[in-house]
Ligand binder design. Structure first.
Ligand SMILES: NC(=O)c1ccc[n+]([C@@H]2O[C@H](COP(=O)([O-])OP(=O)(O)OC[C@H]3O[C@@H](n4cnc5c(N)ncnc54)[C@H](OP(=O)(O)O)[C@@H]3O)[C@@H](O)[C@H]2O)c1
Length: 248
């Protein structure tokens, strides 16, 4: 069964930033497919979205670290809702530690979830986008992929690697109606930040020129802008959205 609305697949859709992206794209008329990892949390999350009137969001628990699972998952999404027009790679984890203490498991888990997943999802949607002559891919990186961060060699490497993929894929698809961009948020007020002790949060806030944390809705607004048909001249770009904390 196909549906008229263009399909947007948001990995990590149930997270702090992902939720705002899903809601913004849903409000913009997309059929949104929200990726998750934790099925219990995802079920409750979807109920909350429906209670808020977002009827055009469905869940998808594709294992992003498994290439075959991504290919099969994209086939299922396409059969149920139509081809994926917009892919937002927003799933991400941290497993922090200095190089001296970091285990190979911490390294591989972050590279698999934050970077290898991006190959798996992009590779799974790209043939469909090329056939349709249209697509929008938006990769959610991080300020820490731009400047590095103490205790995050794994995370910063994955997030910087994401933009290398963005620029290369953007060149490969530039004449095919497909744009590929990176969005690099600074500190955003999600649970990740809200759970930090207030004293530390305040110290971090002081390092941000605008003197506040960003909101998930601000990231969602940028993603929705890049996802729009009219944003076709923006490709291969990294857009920093960090309150002036890093200007590179
Ligand atoms: N928050 C910030 O300040 C900030 C700043 C810069 C960049 N970012 C980036 O923005 C993105 C979203 O961050 P957030 O703060 O919204 O994080 P979050 O609330 O922890 O959300 C992360 C999302 O990724 C999903 N996920 C985690 N592991 C997964 C896996 N193995 N397979 C599939 N999905 C998985 C989670 O699913 P479950 O909820 O089901 O586990 C959740 O939907 C991340 O890529 C992060 O690196 C965040």
């Amino acid at each position: 069964m196909t549906n008229q609305a263009p399909v947007a697949w948001v990995t990590g859709g149930t997270g702090g930033i992902g939720s705002a992206i899903c809601r913004s794209l849903a409000a913009d008329g997309y059929q949104v497919v929200a990726g998750y990892h934790n099925p219990e949390k995802a079920k409750k999350w979807l109920e909350a979205q429906k209670a808020d009137g977002y009827d055009n969001i469905v869940l998808s628990g594709i294992d992003l670290t498994d290439y075959d699972a991504c290919v099969a998952g994209v086939k299922e999404i396409s059969e149920a809702h139509g081809p994926v027009s917009v892919l937002v790679n927003c799933a991400g984890i941290t497993r922090d530690g200095t190089m001296k203490k970091m285990t190979p498991e911490q390294w591989h888990e972050v590279i698999d979830t934050n970077l290898n997943s991006v190959f798996n999802t992009c590779r799974s949607v790209i043939e469909g986008m090329l056939e349709n002559g249209y697509g929008r891919i938006i990769n959610i990186s991080s300020i820490n992929g731009r400047k590095g961060q103490f205790g995050q060699v794994n995370y910063a490497a994955a997030k910087a690697g994401m933009h290398g993929l963005t620029m290369s894929l953007a060149q490969e698809t530039a004449t095919k109606g497909i744009t590929v961009n990176t969005v690099s948020p600074g500190y955003i007020a999600t649970d990740m930040i809200n759970n930090i002790p207030e004293k530390v949060r305040e110290a971090i806030r002081e390092t941000i020129p605008v003197k506040r944390y960003g909101t998930p809705e601000e990231i969602a607004r940028l993603v929705t802008f890049l996802a729009d048909k009219q944003s076709g001249f923006i490709t291969g770009a990294n857009v920093d959205i960090n309150g002036g904390q890093f200007m590179g």
